[in-house]
Design a protein around this ligand. Sequence first.
Ligand code: FBP
Length: 560
Amino acid sequence: MRELSPLHNERLKYNPKLAGELSKGIKNLSVNYLEKTSAVKDVEQIQELFPRIFAQPIVQFGSTGEKIELEKKNVGVILSGGQAPGGHNVIAGLYDALKTANPENELFGFLGGPQGIVDGDYIKFTDSYIDKYRNTGGFDIIGSGRTKLETEEQFKATLNTCQNLNISAIVIIGGDDSNTNACMLAQWMAEKGTGIQVIGCPKTIDGDLKNDQIEISFGFDTATKTYAELIGNIMRDANSAKKYWHFIKLMGRSASHVGLEVALQTQPNITLISEEVEQKALSLDAIVNYMTEIIAKRGNDGKNFGVALIPEGLIEFIPEMKTMIASLNDILAVVEDDANYMNAQTQAEKYDIIESKMEMVNASVFHSLPVLIKDQLLMDRDPHGNVQVSKIETEKLLIAMIRERLDELKKEGKFTGKFSDQAHFFGYEGRCAMPSNFDADYCYSLGYNAFALIAAGVTGYLSSIKNLTEPAKNWVAGGVPLTMMMNMEKRHGKFKPVIQKALVELDGPVFKALEARREEWAYEDKYVFPGAIQYFGPSEVCDITTQTLALEQAACAAAK
Ligand code: FBP
């Protein structure tokens, strides 16, 4: 028996709030079909690849409209990709809706991510099992994995598992890559006339699975609040000891939403935003110069401390690095066929082979990198073809370059301070935190709503809950066709259909809020200490949403 902390015990009893119409119960729901959809880009190719699920309408639940059917159903659920706070509540919401609809319905959880459904590795949920996980962080209820579902063999094995368990719907809880899998599986199941529905749920702490219909992915709220607490504590330490510069890399594989949100919550001296680096075509040298200038000026004023936030995906957004990494990805996609590379005895030999296959400009960028970073760039891509940026120590690369620059300035008499650094990487610290009230409620509603979509008979949809800055009673539940978010992108050296990531918009209200104040934060210490997430207490403390969501929704409302 696991020992529970007092807070863990109390959280198990929390009663998550259900979105608007969903709170009337699954038996009282009606479905409405709104406008038809297309694809975000590459429309013809997406239509050709997903003919059975393309151009479906947006769905909204209400108390008037077509009544949803509540026949007996067995459903399978998968957690896919990186952990995000609230995943357990998605499953709890799905389970409660399914059992309320018909106590004979069964929910099967596939173990270890998508591979679980391929291998037929599962558990059947019961009340007592689910109750142990309500409102808790982590994905340990069934585990997760990053297997990419894309081959005919995997789809056939998935069908076989479903037929053995009499499952007629699958819910995939995942980010952009996992929901791309969901879309492909939905198309395949429809094409083969299996009658098996596939529904996705928008998960990722990175916050980059969002659009007009999906206001935010779950987990972003809790993860950013957790990092903001830690960074607030570090700021207080920096401001007390006054002797360290803290370089903090923050998760978010591509987009910088996490860094941006945490910056607005804590007001650090330096915040790098990958999307800005790309748009302004800032070279690595330019970034180092920008940071060095702030550090030197503060040092010359007697402030030998500070906090800099660095987005995890930065390296892939620096123009010369991006081009070099794209070339490296193409080379690594076929390197297994190169006997010289495969038999190379040392890393140095591997670097030479890689450089010999690159255009000169890319080879010289690769050549200029420290060995540590070269090795990290050569590591295996994840199953979706992504560079594993969590393993690339960009913060250390920047520290080393800044140190060199400061030494030069010192020799020239332009830097009179001291520079002592501390490097941190915050990612795993926030991915399994106990979900905030927002994530607990949002996730429970997403899961409950996923069953409503199944009962409505649709397939190839993402569960959607909107109006999230309002109290839960005003949230709007429905579904968005997955094809609506797809476009074609290069992965493993080939163009593939994928859900388009939502990057930070430089003309959007969230970045503008940072831009307006970052100069002031660089030199005057305006640190904010958010403290720990509060689960019980006044609503102004417990129910605050992220600044990202608040600013984006306010801008949307103003534009209407
Ligand atoms: P998802 O997109 O699957 O939600 O995962 C996001 C993430 O947390 C990134 O922020 C990070 O780069 C990556 O997972 C780390 O992956 P891993 O868990 O495999 O180390």
